[in-house]
Write a protein that binds this ligand. Sequence first.
Ligand code: NDP
Length: 407
Amino acid sequence: MAKVIIIGAGGVGTVVAYKCAQNPQVFSEIILASRTQSKCDAVVASIKAKYPQAPAMSTDRVDADSVEQLVELLNRHKPELVINVALPYQDLTIMEACLQCGVNYLDTANYEPKDEAHFEYSWQWAYRERFEKAGLTAILGCGFDPGVSGVFTAYAAKHWFSEMEYLDIVDCNAGDHGKAFATNFNPEINIREITQNGRYYQDGKWVTTGPLEIHAPLTYPRIGARDSYLLYHEELESLVQNFPTIKRARFWMTFGQEYLTHLRVIQNIGMARIDEVDYNGTKIVPLQFLKAVLPNPQDLGENYHGETSIGCRISGLGKDGKPVKYYIFNNCSHEAAYRETGMQAVSYTTGVPAMIGAMMFLTGKWRKPGVHNVEEFDPDPFMEQLPLQGLPWEEVVGGDLEVDAIG
Ligand code: NDP
């Protein structure tokens, strides 16, 4: 039984709040805090209306860019764990405040500086010693990808492989929200991520590609073939360190032609810029302005149809030393996610694992002072919870992974 603070009341924060409320045997008190408290109030009111048996829930206001405000918030509520589902810009301030207040930490995306579209774990890994000395646990990247993608890989290593050699994380959103252009999570973070160069790991080195330069049709279960683009994604950095037998690690994501055409126009006309420009004497960042006029990802759920399918395709040597091809994945329905939480499947597939990670910590299964990526913990209790909490997974052994021929 424990008290948690969720910071961030966007699409993901809403799902985390719902899922914590559904598990009162673990979460005895939930505080939802964000920059705009009225959003937290609306989320908590909808949960209380749906689940009269929900544990004690309240809301608060915090600017998570301010360590001072965070310290005040944490000292006032004294939670056991902070679930950080604000934006990646706030990771370091929240970790700093957790250290000052003796609170454990979990997030779903690695730190990014606001003025540079660049993400890597080094900033957060630099906190390892301080968390360890304080006896506090920080769990990094506990959404779906990163998150379940790392747990799937750890599960494959534990149960199927003696040596994993090739890892391809494949992320398909085959949903249709009926809008000409919208992003499925925070547009600023999303557009920054996919307009960067691609990068993958091969034989001990990182290979850089142009943005969305490499693509191939991959076939997703119950969805079919979808053009999939090679991107750099943060979990590749920790997975190749934690599983050093991996020779090649890549990440693929599907995009429709309509989406890519809009993206190209946005870039060509300068609306993806993250530097300040002067507009009638006011400084604005074009990408932040664009976010303000694009559909809010939280409002996409109502008319969203179709499924997401995210998984890991791994080949290497099995426990008996013979070659194995292995695919583990989850398919998640946008409609079902919306019926349960009012949010679409991209928020749902991120928020459910964040809640499970918190549950793993609070029940003592993932408690290890220091700063850790999810694949450093025992995957089994997490894998047991996934189907119970709305994300069933499936395995295919010996199938065609399709990825061998690419590259
Ligand atoms: P949203 O933009 O919908 O929500 C972000 C929330 O954070 C909003 O409530 C926002 O408040 C709040 N926030 C922003 N800045 C601050 C601040 N300075 N202080 C306090 N609160 C702040 O984003 P999502 O819910 O879509 O995404 C949340 C996180 O999840 C992101 O870090 C994203 O990268 C990550 N993510 C991870 C995935 C994974 O699989 N690992 C997949 C998808 C997302 P306000 O409403 O006032 O703007």
